[in-house]
Design a protein around this ligand. Sequence first.
Ligand SMILES: NC(=O)c1ccc[n+]([C@@H]2O[C@H](COP(=O)([O-])OP(=O)(O)OC[C@H]3O[C@@H](n4cnc5c(N)ncnc54)[C@H](O)[C@@H]3O)[C@@H](O)[C@H]2O)c1
Length: 384
Amino acid sequence: MERIKAGIIGMGFIGVSHVEAIRRIGFAQLVAVADANPALAQAKASEYDIPKCYATVEELLADPEISVVHNCTPNNQHLEINEKIIRSGKHVFSEKPLGMTSVETRKMLDLLAANPRIVGGVNFNYRMNPLVQDMKNRVRKGDIGTVNLVHGSYLQDWLLYDTDYNWRVEPEVSGLSRCVADIGSHWMDIVQTVTGLKIVEVCSDLFIAHPVRKKPRGQVETFSINTNADFEPKKVSTEDYGAVLIKFDSGAHGVFHVSQISAGRKCHFNFEIDGTTSSFYWNQETADHMWQGSRDGYNSQIMRNPNLMTPESRPYSYLAAGHPEGWNDAMKNNVYAMYKFIADGRDMRKDKPDFAVFEDGHYITRLVEAILESNAERRWVTIS
Ligand SMILES: NC(=O)c1ccc[n+]([C@@H]2O[C@H](COP(=O)([O-])OP(=O)(O)OC[C@H]3O[C@@H](n4cnc5c(N)ncnc54)[C@H](O)[C@@H]3O)[C@@H](O)[C@H]2O)c1
């Protein structure tokens, strides 16, 4: 089989994870990278022995060898770069959130619809954890009855202090929502994936703990500790915390909260689905385990074991039980699913892939906007 050749634009925090994910796919080959910071691109190309390093997006897109391009740039670059990728005739794997607004994501959807040969994926990677896929298939088979409630949270602490800073704090780079768009988007994607239901109503309460942050004069890498002592004050208009009541199209109810200021919480991403007969709970920090709750019998702590997983979810698990799989493996599964879809010559118009597509990214952006509207107007908002 001829290998699918890939390029990555944006070699910051997440770009490196894309390198590792592509490298784990036997029928894929990473041939080039590009970054607005040429020194960074060069350093990463040399560290990872990537054959080509381009100075601009245009040069990378002009490379006829490349057929899939990963867009790992900050949110305000997604529209322009994704459009360029699609227009160049290459498949696009975009980081989330797909765009800054639903106007942007609508434009990308329309452009993809006009180019149906092109496969468009969005990196909602958490849904590709083996046990999340297993839970999805168990919920679909009726293992917990009908879904009544869905609840959970995604908590971090890397923006706890007013000296913590990153481009995500700036709405012109990140968008009008921070915490909800950045990590709440993953939460909404995973619960919609597992339940097969759509969130159609939201009622939110957002909170800005630091209305002014101290912006360092110099770049700060995502999740790094800022040791720069030279600051300028910067007004903050995006939320550090959000709580959202939700209703699903089936009539199920739920609630989630997200925070980037919860001391000690690093990537505390968890959710519980309560059905009419049983419940499931999963936390990505202990990704190889899930919990099944029972009212009349003992509760079960389930450890991932490919031999016991539903047949549909087995391909997402590579290692034998007791050999932990986690974040990097889910990331690899997501990239693999997109590349396999391409390799098999499947058609986005006919087949619904397991990885998130632009339609999913567009819907999540609409949910984020509804959450902002709900908070501003202090009322429930319905997504039409
Ligand atoms: N799926 C996930 O779990 C996950 C995790 C982290 C980040 N992300 C997403 O990935 C994206 C990048 O986040 P990050 O934390 O890696 O940011 P980052 O700041 O660490 O890296 C972004 C890189 O893009 C480069 N860049 C900026 N504009 C560019 C342009 N026009 N052309 C080429 N390169 C450009 C920057 O120089 C930088 O190296 C964001 O959209 C973020 O939401 C997703």
